[in-house]
Design a binder for this molecule. Structure first.
Ligand SMILES: Cc1cc2nc3c(=O)[nH]c(=O)nc-3n(C[C@H](O)[C@H](O)[C@H](O)COP(=O)(O)O)c2cc1C
Length: 463
């Protein structure tokens, strides 16, 4: 990693270059004019100088230069990638890797993005787009944008009471919010604090039906309108960065992540210590006390272990327990989508967990046309994984999705600027969708379809 510092004014002139290298420490290169004596005369020449510092200087350097840039505000972010970069600077490595990382070799993570690039948009011209609308209707409800906020566990690592902040930001934007089972806030509190919003609850179902029933009953009593049961993590995925960073459950606080935390004082004070002072060691508040709790508690593993035995019978059982809308999250095949419909699902989330589950799994965007063709109107199709731009959202809608969900994008926002940062992230995506519709010559997201798409291989994309 290197950082360039420029002279101000006029054409930028490189004065100083700082190269950080994990193994070799820091090299500072700088150019300056020196007087050189040659055989014939004295000349002034710009030469390159290098200073080498040991590895220990990494820490100091990270603290002083790389943490919490004082001038960059979330308001300066023009797009989601800008917010990601800010988040990277604000967060200790352990937290950033968990947020941005995928799994194993990040093949799925990269392909999720590449899938968008393989599809092009085919704009119409001379269409009156002055009255654009991006409102969508799902199950009789109208949302102000065709995207919602996907469930993200441990969101409280990225902002104080982040689950509540996200839920409020979604409510005020008129879009749905899905609360994770693994939130640091109790589901009842989120429902109270974001009353009036569209709240869905994501369930990590335990094979232990009593534990599952207890959680489902809580979600029902708190008024959650839909249940989203995630089934694409029957076992813990191989996120090697978590092991390297000591980010395991139970969480082990080691010297290196203590130092890293200390070097990110803004995050330490405004998120970590504030949470600690407010409610003690973060807890997975929705988990039964027998099977989970504090992030440093061991029984979490037992809760997870029982997930690998889940099957369609459990899903059918869940359908009987939950009278409201039911989604299955983590579907990537048309046959599974149809089985979900047969077992009473109202909709599915076509998702590869943001490239965080099975590495090499196909991108949801690749699975979407086949699933829409098979499912017809029997299922509401939500899709997530890799959405960063308005163009991404428009492409998925044109391929047949009812709505798109975003996981990391609002978390980058919350890291960069708290609740206001999350609102900013939503605003960016909303503005981008609006602009894309205009440029595409499509007055409403409801009119999007294969006609607006072009695929280099297929010379057109079928839904
Ligand atoms: C930090 C983080 C935590 C997540 N936690 C959960 C979770 O608790 N339950 C779940 O179903 N999905 C979880 N996901 C996956 C998201 O719901 C969603 O599928 C994914 O983030 C979408 O990809 P995107 O982040 O590229 O938008 C998590 C994702 C991230 C990044």
């Amino acid at each position: 990693m290197s950082r360039l510092l420029y002279a101000s004014g006029g054409k930028p002139r490189i004065l100083l270059r700082i190269v950080r290298h994990r193994k070799h420490g820091i090299t500072i290169e700088f150019r300056c004019r020196v007087r050189l004596r040659t055989d014939y005369r004295m000349v002034r020449k710009r030469t390159l100088h290098q200073l080498q510092f040991p590895v220990a200087c990494h820490l100091l350097y990270s603290g002083v230069i790389f943490s919490d840039p004082p001038v960059m505000s979330y308001r300066d972010a023009l797009n989601i990638e800008d917010l990601r970069r800010m988040a990277k600077k604000r967060l200790p490595r352990v937290a950033y890797d968990f947020l941005a990382g995928g799994v194993e070799d990040d093949v799925s993570l990269a392909n999720n993005r590449a899938a968008f690039e393989r599809i092009r948009l085919r704009p119409h011209t001379l269409v009156d787009v002055s009255g654009r609308s991006q409102q969508v209707g799902v199950f009789g409800k109208t949302f102000n944008a065709p995207f919602g906020i996907a469930p993200t566990g441990a969101a409280g690592l990225y902002g104080f009471a982040a689950d509540i902040a996200l839920a409020r930001a979604a409510r005020d934007a008129g879009i749905p919010f899905v609360l994770s089972t693994a939130s640091f806030e109790p589901l009842e509190k989120v429902a109270r604090e974001a009353a009036g919003g569209t709240l869905w609850f994501q369930l990590y179902m335990s094979k232990d039906r009593e534990a599952a029933r207890a959680l489902v009953t809580r979600a029902f009593d708190a008024g959650y309108e839909a249940l989203v049961v995630t089934t694409d993590l029957p076992v813990q995925p191989n996120r090697e960065y978590n092991q390297r960073n000591g980010f395991t459950i139970p969480f082990k606080l080691n010297l290196s992540n203590m130092v890293d935390g200390a070097l990110h004082p803004r995050w330490l004070a405004s998120v970590f210590l504030r949470t600690l002072l407010d409610s003690g060691v973060p807890r997975f508040q929705n988990l039964d006390t027998n099977v989970g709790g504090r992030i440093i508690a061991k029984p979490m593993n037992e809760f997870r272990a029982r997930r690998e035995a889940l099957n369609w019978e459990d899903f059918r059982w869940l359908r009987e327990q939950w009278p409201r809308k039911l989604f299955l999250k983590g579907v990537l095949r048309a046959d599974d989508a149809l089985t979900a419909a047969q077992h009473g699902a109202d909709g599915i989330f076509i998702s590869n967990h943001g490239g965080r589950a099975l590495d090499g799994a196909l991108a949801p965007l690749e699975a979407l046309p086949e699933i829409r063709a098979a499912a017809g109107d029997r299922l509401a199709l939500m899709v997530d994984s890799g959405f960063r731009r308005g163009t991404d959202i428009v492409k998925a809608l044109a391929l047949g999705a009812d709505m798109v969900f975003v996981g990391r994008a609002p978390l980058y926002g919350i890291t960069a600027g708290g609740e206001a940062g999350a609102r900013h992230a939503i605003g960016i995506l909303h503005a981008e969708v609006d602009r894309v519709l205009a440029l595409l010559g499509c007055p409403s997201v409801r009119e999007l379809g294969a006609d607006y798409l072009w695929h280099p291989d297929k010379q057109g994309v079928e839904t």
